[in-house]
Design a binder for this molecule. Sequence first.
Ligand code: AMP
Length: 217
Amino acid sequence: MAAGVRLIIFGRQGAGKGTQCQRLVGHYGVPHISTGDMLRAAVRDGTEFGVKAREFMDAGKLLPDDIMVGLVAERLAQTDARGGWLLDGFPRTTGQAEALVEVTADAPLDLAVNLEVPEAVVVARISSRRVCSNCGAIYSTDRPPTNPWTCDRCGGEVVQRDDDTEESVRERLATYQDQTAPLIAWFASRAQLAEVDGDDDPDVVFDRLIVAIEARM
Ligand code: AMP
């Protein structure tokens, strides 16, 4: 297993981040910190926070920065994140990016990777995406689990995400363009950005990611 790294992965919804993150954490032995997964777990648990988070998520809107920064700071303070981490879905705004610099001052980011996939491609991908409601493993109508729709990994039920409806996807892509795309320039201006073409077979994309990351380590 390769040594730990501190990474951020960006990409439009449906760019293949989830699939590539599962591979990257296996390769680097660091925890996958997905704010979307953390929020979905809170929704599933039916906590007061989860009920509020769901309203934002179903509308395709971002949760407030202070809430998200608190959630991520707490997660990064856990012992398994001492040797490195892979952040997925955070930061989503420049406010969150600035807060992350402060929170990680002792052990800063190595690289932010932008997984670039054209919008038309991601819309098609999202409408066919299916996820395990238990462990988050990702499938699609083109690549279903061996026994539809039971997860190969954990036996959980594989379903379509509540926010993968066409209306919500359109709203999320617009939010991404407005609030998250400017972050790509923000990380580039700090010489912390690598651009990776994500419009290819997952194995090919993974090889590209490793080359881009290793070039900066
Ligand atoms: P994702 O699975 O990363 O697409 O996240 C699903 C939803 O969770 C988003 O559409 C937002 O409503 C919310 N969310 C996830 N991460 C963040 C974040 N860093 N800031 C604000 N809202 C977030």
